[in-house]
Design a protein around this ligand. Structure first.
Ligand SMILES: [Zn+2]
Length: 151
């Protein structure tokens, strides 16, 4: 795993209470204190990580922020395979909606309303497990609507 998981470092689940985290931290810190162990290089790193994890998870505000961040990272790492990152300019009109060609031969269908409502969003392919990330180009949205009224 590329991102350090503070809960994993403390050996706790994300449901753990403050008291759970606290006692896990105290146990680990005793075990891995650089003064008490032989392999000081490896354990100095571990010691540092335990402290860092506790620093973040011991405060309700920073724990909350970390939880949100961790959730997003997991979503991106585990369940979403992003085939392409495009802007809304690259979508082509299809029926009443917009579309983008998927590698599998199917298409990503984008609701035009989504372009008004979001800055950036993910769209799932109907046929396969890929997603695309669509970044909305607000400027060109405005242009095309004023163009259509003519000058
Ligand atoms: Zn597909």
């Amino acid at each position: 795993m590329s991102v350090k998981d503070f809960y994993e470092i403390l050996g706790c689940s994300e449901e753990a209470t403050h008291e759970d985290l606290k006692s896990a931290f105290h146990k680990l810190i005793l075990k891995s204190h650089p003064d008490k162990v032989q392999d000081s290089n490896k354990d100095a790193v571990e010691f540092h990580q335990i402290q860092e994890a506790w620093n973040v998870l011991s405060k309700p505000e920073s724990r909350k922020l970390y939880d949100v961040e961790r959730k997003q990272t997991k979503l991106e790492e585990e369940s979403i395979v992003v085939l392409a990152r495009i802007t809304s300019d690259e979508l082509y009109p299809k029926n009443e909606e917009l579309a983008y060609q998927c590698r599998c031969g199917s298409e990503y269908i984008v609701d035009k309303e989504d372009l008004q409502n979001y800055e950036q969003f993910y769209v799932a392919c109907d046929e396969c497990t890929f997603y695309i990330s669509v970044k909305v180009n607000k400027n060109s949205l405005n242009h095309s609507s004023s163009d259509s009224f003519g000058t």
